[in-house]
Design a protein around this ligand. Structure first.
Ligand code: AMP
Ligand code: MG
Length: 328
């Protein structure tokens, strides 16, 4: 018997016993546990091999629960929550005292969101506690967008993956923090920057100030989701504006290619994945990680990914592709 199941009451029972359960969201699958259970939260970190300096996102069933988690909600945070929750937006706000340090990596802020997935909203409404749920992948590897991805990562380590089908959005949430009540993007994600700016006006993107090495020596990194190497396949991955030209550099290699809208005719390509025939960025985003998972399983020498137009979700995709390619 596999660990994949659609049984919400079973997930409720396991979570009430301080165990971890992988859950579906609209962004990626999460590895979830009771935020108030030290046992569950430690198990999340251990299962993922995630360093304790990397804080977790708290998932709540409704915007009404926000004040029980955070101590201050700036006006623009309220506007963003009203516009995007339930949805792929994470807000980082001053925490209530009772939020455990393990969740926030000792910071006085906490990351929180209301996910937009019917199964997980139902699950959250049946639990007496919120869920901490980082992505259900080993630290630094590609995030899972299907129950099968999670199973292949963790089948011997967790008891259950709650199956909610493939994730609709397919990359992580957009994370927004506040400095003197003004919003700032900590991580690009499932919501196009332009859509956020339509609600709160121009918004700066936090510079990546840390390297993975730098972060290890800091106990309180600003935004650890900004680690350069993150979301990475094991196969060497490079980005390209001109794949036909770049193919010439890799003569004799086993090559996989990811393109946005147009496929490439070239016999040197062993396997090619086209993300959206119609050039739809949302469709491309939802398929991106599955494409990386597929190519990574083919024992290739190299993955060449096409750089996206740098607007809308293309900006978020480019951010993830850069991290997939960094140093690999
Ligand atoms: P994941 O759940 O794996 O998508 O990652 C959660 C990310 O949320 C972390 O890597 C951080 O970038 C971010 N995060 C969580 N809590 C905080 C916080 N208190 N301050 C800044 N960033 C946070
Ligand atoms: Mg993650």
């Amino acid at each position: 018997m596999g660990i994949i199941s659609k049984d919400i009451s079973k997930a409720v029972a396991l979570l009430n016993e301080d165990l971890v359960v992988a859950i579906p969201t609209e962004t990626v699958y999460g590895l979830a546990g009771n935020i108030y259970s030290e046992k569950a939260v430690k198990a999340i970190f251990e299962t993922k091999k995630r360093p304790f300096y990397n804080p977790l996102i708290v998932h709540i069933p409704s915007t009404e629960n926000l004040e029980s988690i955070v101590s201050h909600v700036p006006e623009k945070a309220r506007q963003l929550a009203n516009a995007f929750w339930p949805g792929p937006l994470t807000l980082v706000l001053p925490k209530q005292e009772h939020i455990p340090d393990l969740i926030t990596a000792g910071k006085d802020t906490v990351a929180v969101r209301v996910p937009n997935h019917p199964t997980t909203l139902q699950l959250l409404s049946q639990l007496p506690f919120p869920l901490a749920a980082p992505s259900a992948n080993p630290f630094s590897s590609i995030s899972p967008t299907t129950a099968q991805h999670v199973e292949s990562y963790f089948q011997h380590k967790i008891k259950m993956v709650l199956d909610g089908g493939p994730c609709k959005n397919g990359i992580e949430s957009t994370i927004i923090g506040f400095e003197n009540d003004a919003p700032i993007i900590y991580r690009l994600g499932s919501i196009a920057l332009e859509d956020i700016e339509a609600v709160v006006g121009n918004i700066p993107i936090k510079n990546k100030s840390e390297t993975p090495e730098g972060n290890k020596t800091k106990s309180h990194p600003e935004a650890p989701g900004m680690l350069d190497k993150h979301y990475a396949p094991a196969t060497m991955t490079i980005l390209s504006n001109n794949i036909s030209e770049d193919l010439k550099k890799y003569y004799g290699k086993r090559i996989g290619v990811i393109t946005f809208q147009n496929s490439i005719e070239n016999s040197r390509i062993l396997h090619q994945i086209l993300l959206s025939k119609t050039g739809n960025m949302a469709e491309a985003t939802s398929k991106l990680y599955d494409a990386l998972h597929q190519l990574d399983s083919l024992n290739l020498d190299i993955i060449i990914a096409e750089i996206f137009p740098d607007y809308g979700l293309g900006k978020s995709i480019n951010d993830r592709l850069k991290r997939a390619a960094h140093d690999s």
